[in-house]
Write a protein that binds this ligand. Structure first.
Ligand SMILES: Nc1ncnc2c1ncn2[C@@H]1O[C@H](COP(=O)(O)OP(=O)(O)OP(=O)(O)O)[C@@H](O)[C@H]1O
Length: 216
């Protein structure tokens, strides 16, 4: 489903990614691990089109992501790639369900369809009684689960998660890990997850270990 070929990234002529090749299949849960500064987040951002590589190409279901620009890129990203970050980045003035619906509205999907799907996702994630709560009235684990529902609202081909459990205690982290596997079972959802979590990485289908800008 996703192929990265010989991806490099330089910042101010300093090589950060030094030729990365990756292939991820549909329904796989792949973790990217490695020491601080190895280039994990840089790689994830490039795979997710949030940043451009200096060279190389990335194909998502045969679409060459490195050729997409401007509005076409933003539209493609919104429909095909979901993101979860260490901090949930929910909009504080909107309720849980509104936060989840927003990417669906932006994609131009019928409002009732989006709302029905948001209810389904939030219920699946154990948040049935929290639909109308604003982020400030949710616990850290609940906020992160709303962020997961938001990442899934447009049925993305792949969800990219950068340290999704980095801000959670071990119980909530474990719950979130379980949810990733449950979502893979139920929706055949593909995940690429950058993590320092020593419990999650060994559970994933594949651990890609990065060192000094390369997958080793
Ligand atoms: N915008 C930028 N400009 C210059 N250098 C950058 C930029 N972003 C990242 N870097 C550098 O690239 C290297 C890799 O950073 P990256 O955040 O990808 O590492 P990481 O493996 O995710 O680390 P961590 O586990 O600490 O989050 C680091 O040396 C970092 O300082």
């Amino acid at each position: 489903m996703l192929t990265a070929r010989n991806v490099t990234k330089n910042y101010s002529n300093l090589p950060i990614l030094k030729g990365v090749d990756i292939t991820v299949s549909k329904g796989e849960i792949v973790t990217i691990v490695g020491s601080s500064g190895a280039g994990k987040s840089t790689l994830l951002h490039i795979l997710g089109t949030l940043d451009q590589p200096s060279s190389g190409e990335i194909l998502l279901n045969d679409v060459n992501l490195t050729e997409l620009k401007g509005n076409r890129l933003a539209d493609f990203r919104n429909r095909h790639i979901g993101f979860i970050f260490q901090f949930h980045h929910l909009l504080p003035e909107f309720t849980a369900i509104e936060n989840v619906c927003i990417p669906g509205y932006i994609a131009g999907v019928n409002k009732n369809t989006v709302r029905e799907k948001a209810v389904f996702l939030l219920e699946t994630l154990g948040l049935k009684d929290r639909l109308d709560h604003k982020p400030g009235a949710l616990s850290g684990g609940e906020q992160q689960r709303v962020a997961v529902a938001r990442a899934l609202i447009n049925s993305p081909d792949v969800v990219m998660a950068d340290e999704p459990t980095g801000n959670l205690d071990s119980r909530n982290a474990r719950e979130l890990h379980n949810l990733f596997f449950e979502l893979r079972e139920k929706l055949n959802q593909t995940f690429i997850i950058v993590t320092h979590n020593e419990e999650l990485a060994p559970l994933s289908d594949r651990q890609l270990v990065m060192k000094d800008g390369k997958i080793i």
